[in-house]
Design a protein around this ligand. Sequence first.
Ligand code: CA
Length: 222
Amino acid sequence: MLVVEDEPSIADLLRLYLSREGFGVHVERDGRGGLAAARSLKPVAVVLDVGLSEMDGTEVCRRLRADGDWVPVLFCTARDDEIDRVLGLELGADDYITKPFSPREVVARVKAVVRRADGPSASPLLELGRVVVDRDAHKVRVDGQEVELTATEFDLLVHLMRHPGRVLSREQLLSEVWGYAAVVGTRTVDVHVAQVRAKLGDASPIRTVRGVGYSAEAVAAG
Ligand code: CA
């Protein structure tokens, strides 16, 4: 857990409460240090003060998102105009909390953002409609029946199911699932989607969004 907070008394309290919950806590006092620590330490979540010296919290978050880093961020704001900045920039901030806050409240919110972001404390099970994916056991079940997928088909399905309702382009899926967008073409994505659909049958949660890409949506039991 990374805490970026320039007020030592608040930083100390956050460190105390978060470490009691079993999180390893690293504290930075300014925005530039916070950004560097987020990039090098890869924390499970960041508690990020908005009003910081060197670089403000919204800029730290903006730069992380520009790197493609979607680590969950809980913003701490002291004033209404800071909240407006956090919300207005659409940084992909997971949540914000206004000062003064109780440490207990911060802990509860941090745990919620980590859970939502599918961090290490989250369940390995992904469920959508009739499909259940167990990422630890690398197994897929449809209506309780196990279905065999190849490693790539599995990764593709997991990737879509982790963002239910969100449309992902073929290019996004290529770079995020295959990781070498330049080598294989987007047709590869279509081929693998077709294979997953063939295996999951009418329970397949993968929906084609014409001209855009694919999304995962729950299919009710039929
Ligand atoms: Ca501050």
